[in-house]
Design a binder for this molecule. Structure first.
Ligand code: URP
Ligand code: ZN
Ligand code: ZN
Length: 468
């Protein structure tokens, strides 16, 4: 059914104006100051957006849904994650495919895609993690880029023995990525340093969640960024530093940007609004809910991340949604923080957190909110202008956002299957009232009403093809 969204204040990465938007056949087909409902197809649904913002659908460039990790499996599936994403205004997810070191990349791609396809209510694509780089992996990765349209890799400089890659394999992978024009997303820490620090702290009897941060301090993350930036400088590869958590790491990335290294920086919602004191909570084992990597940091780092978003040094805000239950999963680490599955889910909460704590606290403006939560990810990962834009010909992924709506975050209202909400009781100002995916209303009055299985795999082309 065609859609006419009337009277909204259109906010894109660069514009802020009032207009009506008409959508037909899954796309935006007209944007005019005033579109008369009598002039459009009779079966058109008219949505009144007076007093509301109209945003392009938000993109979360970093989520985990199917994730075998640290001896357990993440809780969500594409149905729960899609509902959570959509209720929070996110219409496109980019999930990390994280195979084990013995798995074949192509089999992993099929495994992840088979889980997404029947259950996705959002559009989706993947970053392909590279945890081995032998002859077979090289061949299959090329196929995954060329035939399946997965135009980004993921590398972990952490999780020793599970997901990390040797430096020689990393160097060869970046040369291949450069040849193919593929961007490589990177978890920047140092697996050996983290391992040594963990052994030391556990040996000293420092076993609680509050020791997670000291086991991987900011210098370890900064060192990881420096390491990948050096490899990128030598190979001319394109790098995207995921979940950058602190000023020390950000400074190293900016320094590399100033040297001309092709490096983009992602912040994630938990690091922007939560600090290390949450993981230091001593009421029961509560701190475990706040264990993620890189860890939550000392509060002043949040100002650096918001300032980086404002200046453009930080391009995107994702979530690193990694959902593990408190009971039965996080509590696997009661005797050692090293066994707490890492992750803080926030795919449903991201946009309202950014609006409430970023825009309303004047840390970033509305245009930056859109560029960081939608348009920049679309550009960096080859989805623009199909996604991340409000313009004729773009997919009709739209969010009618009420900037005055007050609500409280809670596990009770969250669609994620996880048994806790890291932001329980937080008061939010702003809500995604109506959310569309390719012209179909998937959320109405803030409530999911969409079609499970409607989501499509988005095939992408490499964003940095060689010119030489
Ligand atoms: O704590 C985190 N970040 N868990 C998910 C895996 C990763 O490193 O992204
Ligand atoms: Zn990571
Ligand atoms: Zn992650």
């Amino acid at each position: 059914m065609p859609l006419l969204i009337k009277g909204g204040r259109i906010i894109t990465a660069t514009e802020d104006y009032r207009a009506d938007v008409y959508c037909a056949d899954e796309q935006i087909t007209s944007i005019e100051a005033d579109i008369d409902p009598a002039s459009v197809a009779p079966d058109t649904e008219v949505i009144d957006a007076t007093g509301k913002y109209l945003f392009p659908g938000f993109i979360d460039p970093h989520v985990h849904i199917h994730l075998p990790f640290m001896g357990t499996n993440a809780k969500d599936d594409y149905e729960s994650a899609s509902k959570a994403a959509l209720a929070g205004g996110t219409t496109t997810l980019i999930e990390m495919i994280c195979p084990g070191p013995d798995d074949e990349p192509l089999a992993a791609f099929n495994e992840w895609n088979d889980k997404a396809k029947p259950l996705a209510a959002v559009d989706y694509t993947f970053h392909m993690a590279v945890v081995r780089f032998d002859e077979l992996a090289h061949r299959q990765l090329s196929q995954i880029v060329t035939d399946e349209g997965i135009a980004s890799f993921k590398v972990f400089l952490a999780y020793k023995g599970a997901l990390d890659l040797s430096d020689s394999d990393l160097f060869d992978l970046l040369k291949m990525a450069r040849r193919m024009g593929v961007i490589t997303t990177v978890h920047c820490e140092n697996a050996e340093a983290v391992d040594a620090m963990q052994t030391k702290l556990i040996g000293e009897g420092r076993t609680g969640p509050e020791w997670h941060e000291p086991s991987r301090p900011t210098c370890v993350e900064a060192g990881g960024v420096h390491h990948i930036a050096t490899f990128a400088e030598l190979t001319d590869a394109h790098i995207y530093a995921v979940h950058t958590s602190c000023a020390d790491a950000l400074r190293v990335a900016v320094d590399a940007q100033l040297r001309g290294v092709n490096i983009w920086v992602e912040a994630v919602a938990p690091h922007l609004v939560l600090d290390e004191t949450y993981a230091q909570r001593t009421d029961g084992f509560e701190g475990a809910k706040y264990v993620m990597s890189p860890p939550l940091r000392e509060k002043s780092n949040q100002d650096a991340l918001w300032a980086g978003l404002k200046s453009g040094a930080v391009s995107t805000i994702g979530t690193d949604h990694a959902p593990f239950d408190f009971k039965g999963q996080k509590d696997m680490g009661t005797d050692a923080f090293t066994k707490i599955p890492n992750g803080i889910p926030s795919v449903q909460e991201r946009i309202d957190l950014v609006h409430t704590h970023g825009v309303l606290e004047r840390k970033i403006d509305l245009n930056t909110m859109v560029s960081a939560c939608s348009t920049n990810a679309a550009r960096i990962f080859g989805l623009y202008p199909r996604k991340g834009a409000i313009r004729v010909g773009a997919d009709a992924d739209l969010v009618v956002y009420d900037p005055t709506h007050k609500h409280t975050l809670s596990v009770e209202t969250s669609h994620s299957k996880v048994d806790y909400n890291a932001f329980e009781g937080w008061e939010m100002t702003g809500r995604s009232d109506v959310v569309t995916v390719r012209g179909k209303v998937q959320v109405r009055d803030g409530t999911f009403c969409g079609d499970i299985g409607r989501g499509r795999l988005l095939k992408r082309k490499p964003t940095h093809p060689s010119t030489g």
